[in-house]
Design a protein around this ligand. Structure first.
Ligand code: GLV
Length: 310
């Protein structure tokens, strides 16, 4: 039995190796591609594994994603059902997602980017601002992160609705499901925040039909995945003035290519997939716990349902 680490960032892989080594002194821990015996690897710790990577490990028993999402694995690998796949679940990740969305919404409500532009031309100009109690937020995706984000917004005083496959009971959050629920949520929300997992069902879900169901003058925030969105439909809905703008943290292709129209768009904020980052120090205990569970033949923590894809 041994552990393999795969990330595209050498420093990050080394940091993971160091921390796993300090807690699992007797185990063999190697960084891909420097693996002495691929057949002995049972536990793969990874972020964005390259195409066909899994095939190289004939005795793999568990895959630990280094993020909350697992689309980076399932998108281009067929994972046999005997392999357990785990995602990271970390309160810090959920909280960071909320802080990111909250910063964008507050900044927009208080017109900070307009005042910054006015400052540059020494222009003293009032602009009506919004109050939290009058603002409604719609969250798409009520998994662990979505639920947390919805609760934080509701506790801050916003009107909050959340859409998910099945209805949820969350205090002060109106729960929506099904297509009709999506329509009502979009119609009611001043800000729509996407936190859906990327699956076959949700890929391209946020298209012209979706945007035209959003309230006129509302604002779209994407901290889910770029491939949920049909980019041309987003742009056209902003350009015709149906949406007031968008803040995008995730994209079809990352890093966002230089030729993307998003970069120069005056109504779009681009951030570099930074809404939340996995912090090794807060996440390593669950990775170690999962390896120990694997050795003991137990069910791993934070397992992904391979049929659902999240
Ligand atoms: C980040 O996008 C993650 O999946 O953790």
């Amino acid at each position: 039995m041994s552990i393999a680490i795969y990330t595209k960032n050498v420093k990050q892989s080394q940091k993971w190796k160091q921390i796993l080594r300090s807690k699992l002194q007797n185990e063999k821990i190697e960084i891909y591609p420097n693996i002495t015996n691929f057949d002995s690897v049972t536990f793969l710790v990874c972020w964005k594994p390259e195409e066909n990577l899994l095939r190289k490990f004939s005795n793999l028993k568990a895959i630990q994603s280094l993020g909350a999402g697992v689309d980076h694995i399932l998108d281009h690998h067929i994972v046999p059902s005997h392999i357990q796949v785990s995602k990271v679940v970390d309160n810090n990740l959920s909280h960071d997602m909320w802080e990111h969305a909250m910063s964008i919404i507050l900044s927009d409500m208080k017109n900070l980017s307009i005042h910054a532009k006015n400052q540059a031309s020494k222009t003293w100009k009032y602009k009506k601002y919004k109050r939290i109690k009058d603002v409604s937020i719609g969250i798409l995706g009520m998994g662990i992160i979505g639920k947390y984000v919805a609760m934080k917004f509701a506790n801050t005083g916003f009107k909050v609705g959340g859409w998910s496959r099945s209805k949820k009971e969350i205090q002060n959050v109106v729960s929506y499901s099904e297509d009709s629920g999506m329509k009502s949520l979009l119609l009611d929300s001043d800000y729509v925040v996407n936190i859906l997992p990327l699956t076959k069902e949700t890929k391209g879900l946020i298209d012209h039909n979706f945007f035209s169901n959003m309230k006129k003058g509302s604002y779209f925030i994407n901290i889910g995945r770029g491939r949920h969105v049909v980019d041309a439909d987003l742009l056209s809905n902003i350009d015709i003035g149906h949406l007031r703008g968008a803040a995008l943290d995730v994209f079809q292709s990352e890093p966002l290519p230089k030729e993307s129209p998003f970069w120069n768009h005056s109504s779009i904020i681009v951030t570099p997939h930074i809404a939340s980052l996995t912090h090794i120090d807060s996440v390593y205990p669950q990775v170690i716990e999962n390896y120990l569970r694997l050795i003991k033949g137990e069910r791993l923590l934070n397992l992904v349902d391979l049929t659902k894809g999240y």
